[in-house]
Design a protein around this ligand. Structure first.
Ligand code: S3P
Length: 176
């Protein structure tokens, strides 16, 4: 039986806020992959991108997922690019139901506007057309990884979390 929920989706799709609510409602532990990477590296995600580059960041991400994926009873808030390396999804799927949080490019642009400095891939790219382009290239990866999909564009985190819980109850592989 799977006891973890792995939240995937584009930057600004609501993984962190939904993850927090979901952890509260389910009593499971919230694990933020980016926070773990930053803690291990001793520097922030933008610093890693700037000083070491994206490839090194992706290697760190693979290591973090490897450690986290074997744990139980966790809500795993994954960075938006976790799906790019298949090994991450293969590892996550062993103990986790994978939930894809979807959001429109318009909504993503609005949500990420104030904290785009925290997201190296959106620096200078926080426009609806640029987001649409990146979103389009990412969508097949999210689609392939996901067990459950929820569109968070129009609804609050609490509502999204309740929908996810409802879908998890119908999932025969999942145990609360
Ligand atoms: C990334 C998403 C970020 C972070 C890094 C790369 C991506 O996480 O891991 O900046 O490639 O989509 P969030 O999705 O939590 O913003």
């Amino acid at each position: 039986m799977k006891t973890n929920v792995a939240l995937i989706g584009f930057m600004g799709s609501g993984k962190t806020s939904v993850g927090r609510v979901l952890a509260k409602l389910s009593g499971k532990k919230l694990v933020e992959v980016d926070s773990m990477i930053a803690l291990t590296a001793g520097k922030s995600i933008p610093q890693i991108f700037e000083e070491d580059g994206e490839i090194v960041f992706r290697e760190m991400e693979i290591e973090a997922i490897k450690k986290i994926a074997s744990g139980k009873n966790q809500i795993i808030d994954c960075g938006g690019g976790v799906v790019l390396n298949k090994i991450n999804i293969d590892r996550l799927r062993k103990n986790s139901v994978v939930v894809w949080l979807k959001a429109s490019a318009d909504v993503i642009a609005k949500r990420t506007c104030s904290d785009r400095n925290e997201r190296p891939l959106l620096q200078g790219n926080n426009t609806v057309p640029k987001i649409q382009e990146l979103l389009k290239s990412r969508e097949p990866f999210y689609e392939m990884a996901a067990d459950i999909e929820v569109d968070s564009s129009e609804i609050e985190a609490l509502q999204v979390a309740k929908i996810i819980i409802e879908k998890l109850r119908q999932n025969a592989d999942f145990n609360f």
